[in-house]
Design a protein around this ligand. Structure first.
Ligand code: SF4
Ligand code: SF4
Ligand code: ZN
Length: 276
């Protein structure tokens, strides 16, 4: 397996993985979406809510606010020894909200939530939750817990996680007359004119639409679009809950655990069948 990084910052990464097949690429995508844990608000104790939103809708909105996650300091609730419904300091972080509109309309934002642990705070302060008119108040305690995307999408660590085949764009210069029609039609500016020649300028941006092949009038066509069945371009975008490299690291760790579990199960079954 060979990995080539195309671009990366804290929140997103685009990279090529060569030497794997589609089932493995999809396994990694699904583990990232459904197995890598993040923090999200799961229980809310509402002391006062005179806003227009019902308590349930308010709690749902709070749950969907991405929270910064500290995977090293908290247990998954099912793995914590406390066994408590609302959790303990090892498996939950409390955020409080107490906002009252005194005059005019007051919008309550995610930044109004006060975290007991600054490492478990909203990723953005600017997510609107509800509007209050003069006299209305919201006072509540929210319990954030680790969870997985397979239980609820609020625990997904990514807002995008995709892969596609690595494209191969080839031009046969013995037959190409450099008319440039393929350059004009390409929606991703993959092809460009360099002097009298048409060149592949940004091959990795090709979306395999084949418009360039269809517009070419030469027969047989000098331009050919194909893909490598064992190479994939991944695009991963974090919600901000975890840095993107931590998401990938955790996904690979979970993959390894699942693989070992499967091998042990298989060995157990083989041993059983030998006894028969
Ligand atoms: S449309 Fe065909 S002939 Fe014209 S530049 Fe492109 S590949 Fe060459
Ligand atoms: S297949 Fe589509 S995106 Fe790729 S080079 Fe041709 S026109 Fe451009
Ligand atoms: Zn606990």
């Amino acid at each position: 397996m060979r990995v080539t990084l195309l671009e990366k910052d804290d929140l997103m990464a685009r990279f090529i993985v060569e030497g794997i097949n589609a089932p493995l690429a999809n396994t990694l995508r699904r583990i990232i979406l459904s197995e890598v844990p993040t923090m999200a608000i799961d229980d809310v104790v509402i002391y006062e809510n005179s806003s227009v939103l019902h308590d349930e809708i308010l709690a749902l909105r709070l749950g969907l606010i991405p929270l910064k996650t500290d995977l090293d300091s908290y247990n998954l609730p099912e793995k914590c020894t406390c066994g408590s419904e609302l959790g303990c300091p090892l498996c939950r972080a409390i955020l409080t909200l107490d906002v009252k509109a005194n005059r005019g309309v007051r919008t309550v934002y995610s930044g109004d939530l006060v975290p007991e642990n600054p490492n478990i705070a909203p990723v953005s302060d600017k997510i609107p939750i509800v509007k209050l008119v003069a006299g209305q108040r919201i006072r509540l305690e929210a319990y954030a817990k680790l969870g997985r995307g397979k239980v609820h999408a609020k625990w997904q660590p990514v807002s995008a996680c995709t892969y596609r085949y690595k494209p191969i764009v080839m031009i046969d210069y013995l037959r190409c007359n450099s008319c440039g029609k393929c350059v004009e039609v390409c929606p991703r500016r993959v092809l460009a004119k360099e002097g009298d020649k048409v060149v592949v300028a940004r091959g990795m941006d090709c979306i395999l639409c084949t418009d360039c092949v269809r517009v070419c009038e030469k027969k047989p066509r000098p331009i050919n679009i194909s893909w490598d069945e064992n190479a994939f371009i991944f695009y991963i975008e974090s919600t901000g809950a975890l840095p993107v490299d931590r998401i990938i690291f955790e996904a690979l760790k979970i993959y390894e655990e699942k693989y070992l579990e499967f091998i042990n199960l298989l060995e157990g079954l083989i041993d059983e069948s030998k006894k028969d």
